[in-house]
Design a protein around this ligand. Structure first.
Ligand code: CA
Length: 695
């Protein structure tokens, strides 16, 4: 067999490109009751045999059928028989070796994905699937990152025993805490919280969990085996290929009916191992190799998929389109997008836009890699520094904002803006405008502003690294922690960009400080719904912020001019304040201007407000003040370690700029006493207002 480098040279030749790039969209097995066709792309094979089986593993071979060689490296076989439910794989003869492989283009498979299955997809549709539609979009997308097993594993969720950890758990709409009938968990809880998009962590077929093994196994699943098949361990029967398909569709159907759009986490940058169906059918075509023969490992997972090669780009694009068409997926989160090439990402964006409308399917990814990669011909990749090369509707997780707010995710003891570190004020101010002013450092060493807030995913926690609660605990006292969690939430939720959170961030989720829980026990990773109710006040704070956000067009704006709405920026040690133009023709808001103050110092800061009509929308402890039309008077205080959100009521004309910040060090004792009084008064008035509202 040729070496990796010899294969690389073979695929780079003009002759190969002229003769073996196949444009048809029919690779894989297509199957109806009128017949089936099997097509495999394997340009180097000398002979290919299709093996048929009645089971997904074990048992006898039902038939061995020689495949017909067609043009462009394609092998095919057709039949008029109904092949639905028949399992298959291929035997390829190549350079004197016999290689057995499942179908890289498979749409169904047996247990652990080692054999493919022919499937008539119409026979996998749950009842009413033809009427399944994504819910209407609201003023803002709030993305909630969720793992299938974590969601329903814990007994506190109140899910039926047999559905815990499965796709089926998502079909239970009205679960409650230990089934008490009172405290919503699961989807009912998420609905109340106000999230709009559920991002499902890897749910394509991955390799790290034995589907025939016991139910206590856990993995995040960033190790793809079959890209176009759902993972079997989340189904109630991984041995029957059609079950996982139907159950995943049922999950999506229920999520849609409950008002959530569904985003899929996709890992096209690497495969579970180099011994993949890609490799067995087209050796080294789908992988990057350096010119000195070293195997590219920019993913730190042992291999890098060569997204820039024609047949590989085609594979990834068609896979994305397949999930949208067959499973009604509403968006994609690309793992290590920084390893994929810009051309492919923009092409996916364009194809989705043409089919579904501009920006309708949400696309974003991780704009980084874990190491050097051997991309061919200097094709530009999609890390953060190439933000200017990507379509305005391709988003990036903004680690700059994440780390500025809470401190480095990687250096756990390092504090951030809210935990008292100095020097982050510029990044915080830039975060407010979703990096649309001075921008991020480009690959060329210049600065490239984000084209629009649609390019920025604003977040402070995801499945990687510590949870927000655990990170805060590294530097903050127990007493400060809850307060700082509220501050972190109010801070990023008042920045432009698309909002994203790790499930449970809103209830102080903990993994006992663990940084990388990808294969830790499910007992550590699971969502603890009892904690969600114990920390109810924090959940309420998030709820108020999300509901408020939807009423603030100045922050929701995803247009290229959104950054211009942020003005009057004030920065001093530990303090950032800015004004937001909250007027909008698209949707009306009660407030025409916002003044937002991030105060991470340990002192309160007072402000003189110009003119009339200011209201307090959110303070350190209450994110629902906006519901009460709470007047601010002409002087307010931003409490220590908190965010204060002020709104200027639209009917009071003559908004004037020029809010005066009064710092504690400049204050006389008298002023400091006054400030305390003022704060007390503010709180008393708030209580009074609430009582009035209650009456
Ligand atoms: Ca699997």
């Amino acid at each position: 067999m040729k070496t990796a480098l010899e294969w690389k040279h073979y695929y780079s030749k003009r002759e190969f490109k002229d003769n073996y790039i196949y444009c048809g969209k029919d690779l894989g097995a297509a199957c109806t009751d009128a017949g089936a066709s099997f097509k495999l792309w394997s340009p180097a094979a000398e002979r290919v045999t299709l093996n048929l089986y009645s089971a997904g593993d074990g048992g006898k071979t039902m038939a061995r059928i020689p495949m017909q060689k067609e043009e462009k490296g394609v092998w095919s076989w057709h039949t008029k028989e109904d092949m639905h439910g028949v399992y298959y794989d291929y035997t390829l003869e190549m350079e004197g070796e016999k290689i057995q492989s499942a179908d890289p283009y498979a749409k169904a498979c047996g247990v652990n994905g080692t054999r493919s299955m022919a499937v008539d997809l119409r026979r996998t549709d749950p009842e009413g699937w033809e009427n399944d539609r994504a819910p209407e979009e609201s003023a803002e997308r709030i993305i909630y990152e969720l793992h299938v097993k974590e969601f329903s594993w814990d007994a506190s969720g109140g899910f039926p025993e047999e559905y815990r950890g499965k796709y089926k758990a998502f079909t239970c709409k009205d679960t409650t805490l230990y089934n008490d009938g009172v405290h919503p968990t699961g989807l009912a809880y998420l609905k109340e919280l106000g999230v709009t998009h559920v991002e499902i962590m890897p749910a394509y077929d991955y390799g790290s969990v034995d589907e025939a093994g016991d139910d206590s196994q856990f993995n995040w699943g960033y190790d793809p085996v079959n890209y176009n098949v759902p993972e079997g361990s989340y189904s109630t029967d991984p041995h029957r290929g059609e079950v996982r398909i139907r159950e995943m569709k049922e999950m999506i159907q229920t999520l849609h009916s409950c008002g959530f759009r569904v985003i899929m986490d996709v890992v096209y940058n690497h495969t579970y191992s180099l011994d993949s169906w890609f490799q067995r059918t087209a050796p080294w075509y789908f992988y990057r190799v350096f010119d000195d023969g070293r195997i590219s490992d920019g993913s730190a997972c042992g291999n890098d998929v060569a997204s820039e090669r024609e047949m590989c780009a085609k594979y990834i694009l068609e896979s994305v389109l397949y999930w949208t068409e067959e499973y009604h997926i509403d968006g994609f989160r690309f793992d290590l997008m920084g390893l994929l090439d810009v051309k492919l990402m923009n092409r996916i964006r364009k194809e989705l836009d043409e089919r579904y409308g501009k920006g309708v399917k949400i696309l974003f990814g991780e704009p980084w890699a874990a190491g050097e990669t051997a991309i061919e011909n200097g094709a530009p990749r999609a890390p953060r520094g190439n933000i200017d090369l990507l379509d305005e509707n391709i988003g990036m997780f903004c680690d700059l904002t994440r780390d500025a707010v809470k401190g480095s995710a990687l250096k756990i003891k390092r504090p951030g803006f809210i935990t008292g570190a100095s020097g982050y004020e510029n990044d915080i101010a830039e975060s407010a405008a979703a990096w649309g002013k001075t921008g991020v450092s480009s690959i060329k060493g210049e600065r490239a502003p984000a084209k629009a807030p649609s390019q920025i995913i604003t977040y402070v926690s995801s499945h990687d690294n510590q949870t927000l609660w655990d990170k805060l605990g590294e530097t903050a006292s127990e007493e400060e922690r809850m307060r700082l969690n509220r501050m972190a939430a109010a801070l990023y939720m008042t920045c432009q960009g698309t909002l994203f959170l790790l499930s449970g961030e809103e209830f102080g989720r903990t993994k006992d400080g663990m940084e990388d829980s990808f294969n830790a026990p499910v007992s550590l990773n699971r969502l603890d719904w009892a904690l969600a109710w114990k920390n109810r006040s924090l959940v309420e704070y998030y709820k108020g912020l999300i509901a408020l956000r939807r009423q603030l067009p100045g922050l929701c704006d995803k247009s290229s001019r959104a950054a211009e709405r942020i003005s009057d920026i004030y920065k001093s040690d530990g303090v950032v304040g800015f004004t937001v133009d909250n007027t909008s023709e698209a949707f009306s808001s009660e407030w025409d201007r916002l003044r937002i103050i991030y105060n991470s110092t340990k002192n309160g800061i007072s402000y003189k407000l110009p003119g009339e009509g200011w209201e307090i929308l959110c303070d350190a402890s209450d994110s629902g003040m906006w519901r009460h039309r709470f007047p601010a008077g002409n002087r307010v205080t931003a409490e220590s370690q908190s965010v204060l959100i002020l709104g200027h009521r639209a009917q009071f004309s003559g908004f004037r700029a020029g809010i005066v910040h009064i710092h504690s060090e400049e204050k006389t004792d008298m002023e400091q006493r006054e400030e305390k009084q003022l704060l007390k008064k503010q709180r008393r008035r708030k209580r009074w207002q609430e009582e009035q509202d209650a009456v």
